[in-house]
Design a protein around this ligand. Structure first.
Ligand SMILES: Nc1nc2c(ncn2[C@@H]2O[C@H](COP(=O)(O)OP(=O)(O)OP(=O)(O)O)[C@@H](O)[C@H]2O)c(=O)[nH]1
Ligand SMILES: [Mg+2]
Length: 294
């Protein structure tokens, strides 16, 4: 029998650098929600890429943000850092044109994990003059003994083959840990709540994304229809009014965008009902925040 290789690679980085975009590009699927707002990802999400002799299990993690003192942020950081202990290699993502204290902090954490680290410098589409790239690469090289450094654009690159090859080289010889037809380890309720949350983040502004979490109240599967009820939780009445919008227009737009995405994912008609409810200060409530722990 020919040899097989299988293992875990964590995708880590500062908030908003493009980890989930890269995760989706590597898996060639939209599994993890991505938005222009920092700290979109809240859970460690595993995606499975089964190739001919390699099975790559990618772990998308919440972005590291320092300076946010709320309890939920502690949980998100701890989720991301815990992933470092459980993987065969680390894929650190940074923005090609910006390296700051948060990247630096994360690199010290990554160093301590003592695993091979591949650095991806993302968003190279922002660099218009390619001669700027060489000094950036040299600077990155001086920061740490990375296994490899790859400048890419997670958003625009059509193929991820070279990065996939680099990652596959890090996998130990092992039998496959997941069936080959599985692409990720989350259930429908998780997908639904994330799609609605993603849609809400995209429709709303400024601080509100952090104030939201979504909860699937009920899903009913019929032959050609899925009926779904989702609660959008916020922290204050004033936020509830914003999410609902004038005459319910915002909430309608959120639901409409989410419904279209869900119909695409499930290949069925979807009836989606959304409610907005208030749970004071949930971001600091232990019992609620606990659900985001891995
Ligand atoms: N220009 C450009 N934008 C990108 C690229 N990759 C990702 N983005 C954008 O960067 C933003 C953040 O992307 P995400 O994938 O959500 O980032 P993330 O690191 O997962 O963010 P968190 O989960 O919040 O930590 C989105 O608006 C993406 O469209 C890229 O290659 N080029
Ligand atoms: Mg993300």
């Amino acid at each position: 029998m020919s040899k097989t290789y299988c293992g875990f690679v964590a995708i880590v980085g500062r908030a908003n650098v493009g980890k989930s975009t890269l995760f989706n590009a590597l898996l060639d699927r939209r599994l993890s929600i991505t938005t222009h707002k920092p700290q979109t990802t809240r859970h460690n999400i595993r995606g499975v890429l089964s190739l001919q002799s390699h099975q790559l299990i990618l772990v998308d993690t919440p972005g590291i943000q320092l300076g946010n003192k709320r309890l939920i942020n502690k949980v998100l950081i701890s989720n991301a850092l815990s992933a470092l202990q459980e993987v065969d290699a680390i894929l650190m993502v940074a923005e090609v044109d910006r390296w700051n204290d948060e990247d630096e902090y994360l690199l010290t954490q990554v160093e301590q994990a003592n695993r091979p680290v591949i650095l991806v410098l993302n968003k190279i589409d922002r660099i218009k003059n390619k001669s700027e790239l060489l000094p950036i690469l040299n600077e990155a090289k001086s920061r740490y003994d990375f296994e490899d450094i790859l400048p890419i654009s997670a958003l625009h690159d059509k193929r991820m083959d070279s990065l996939i090859n680099v990652l596959c080289k890090q996998l130990p010889e092992s039998m496959y840990l997941f069936p080959e037809d599985i692409t990720w380890d989350r259930d429908d309720n998780f997908v639904i709540s994330e799609i609605v949350r993603g849609s809400a983040i995209k429709q709303l502004h400024k601080e509100l994304p952090y104030a939201i979490y979504t909860e699937v109240e009920n899903v009913k599967y019929d032959d050609d229809l899925i009926s779904i009820n989702v609660i959008i939780w916020v922290e204050k009445d004033s936020q509830k009014a914003i999410v609902i919008g004038k005459k319910g227009s915002k909430l309608k737009a959120i639901g409409e965008q989410a419904r279209i995405q869900l119909e695409r994912i499930f290949s069925k008609k979807v009836m989606l009902k959304t409610w907005v409810k208030v749970k004071q200060n949930w971001q600091d409530q232990q019992d609620i925040v606990a659900q985001f722990e891995n």
